[in-house]
Design a protein around this ligand. Sequence first.
Ligand SMILES: O=c1ccn([C@@H]2O[C@H](COP(=O)(O)OP(=O)(O)O[C@H]3O[C@H](CO)[C@@H](O)[C@H](O)[C@H]3O)[C@@H](O)[C@H]2O)c(=O)[nH]1
Ligand SMILES: O=C(O)[C@H](O)COP(=O)(O)O
Length: 302
Amino acid sequence: MQWPLEALLPAKGTTTVSVVLPARDEESTVGDIVTVIRRDLVERTPLVDEIIVVDSNSTDATAVRAAAAGARVVAQGAVLPQLPPLTGKGEALWKGLAAARGDIIVFVDADLRNFGSHFVSGLLGPLLMNRNIQFVKAAYERPFIGEDGVARRGGGGRVTELVARPLLNMFWPELSGFAQPLGGEYAARREILEQVPFVTEYGVEFGLLVDLLHLVGLDAMAQVDLGSRTHSHQSVAALGRMAGQIMATAWSRLERQGRVLTSEPPSHSLLQFGLDGDAELVDVAVAERPPLASLVLEEDVA
Ligand SMILES: O=c1ccn([C@@H]2O[C@H](COP(=O)(O)OP(=O)(O)O[C@H]3O[C@H](CO)[C@@H](O)[C@H](O)[C@H]3O)[C@@H](O)[C@H]2O)c(=O)[nH]1
Ligand SMILES: O=C(O)[C@H](O)COP(=O)(O)O
């Protein structure tokens, strides 16, 4: 289904829309993405009310590039500074939600290499046109772009294929129809995002899908086909750590839903081996932020 801007604009009415981009060291892509959103969806067709880049402890020029392109840049640690800081992508998204003012929040990764404004307008389509829809997830083909620059169809999304999809089919088969459960592009109404916890690190997308299914039910969750998505690939070792975080997230939800009983908690240590046989013990634990709506801020009680 197509979502022409001329149909979306009247449907938007007074609804406000925030686009939130979590970004850690994305100086090479974040500026172009912000520029396209601002040009197409703020200036030409005013569908988007604010663009926020959450600078996730970058050590490069991410914040400068994002601001120069027209985003409001917030440092992850500067949002809700009274809370002890946590790390990772989930933390960046939760802080982005806290900083955003829109009725609808659109999350977009800041490392996309083939970004077009249809990523945002496509995600907005079902939410603006149908009041019953609460959450929209993007689907796309995910090629793997090798060092030779050649795109290999079906080669991307390795953690999705090897970890997330099998886990979802095993334990939450209602969610198996989401073609890209780990993808970073999705949109939702603020009021439901504020009612679910956010897992830190890379467990956030898996946790949100499972928790939102519980909160709003499958009929309120939609999917849009956005064509193809290319991004920066991480190393296999980094994806191993991501996989560990996603398994830890799945386990926490199984426990919470009373579907597993455990006499001792699973280990969160992962022993990884380098090319020289050198071993490194890494921590794949994930923390969790509470639903934003449950947060009693000091200024609220004062
Ligand atoms: O500590 C972090 C780590 C990442 N990011 C940003 O989050 C986005 C996605 O991170 P990336 O490292 O590119 O993740 P992928 O390897 O692409 O992982 C995929 O799978 C993850 C687990 O579901 C999702 O979080 C990602 O969105 C999805 O693209 C990018 O804009 C990053 O800059 C942060 O803001 N803070
Ligand atoms: O979603 C995933 O599986 C991870 O982002 C890894 O993606 P990649 O295999 O395309 O790097």
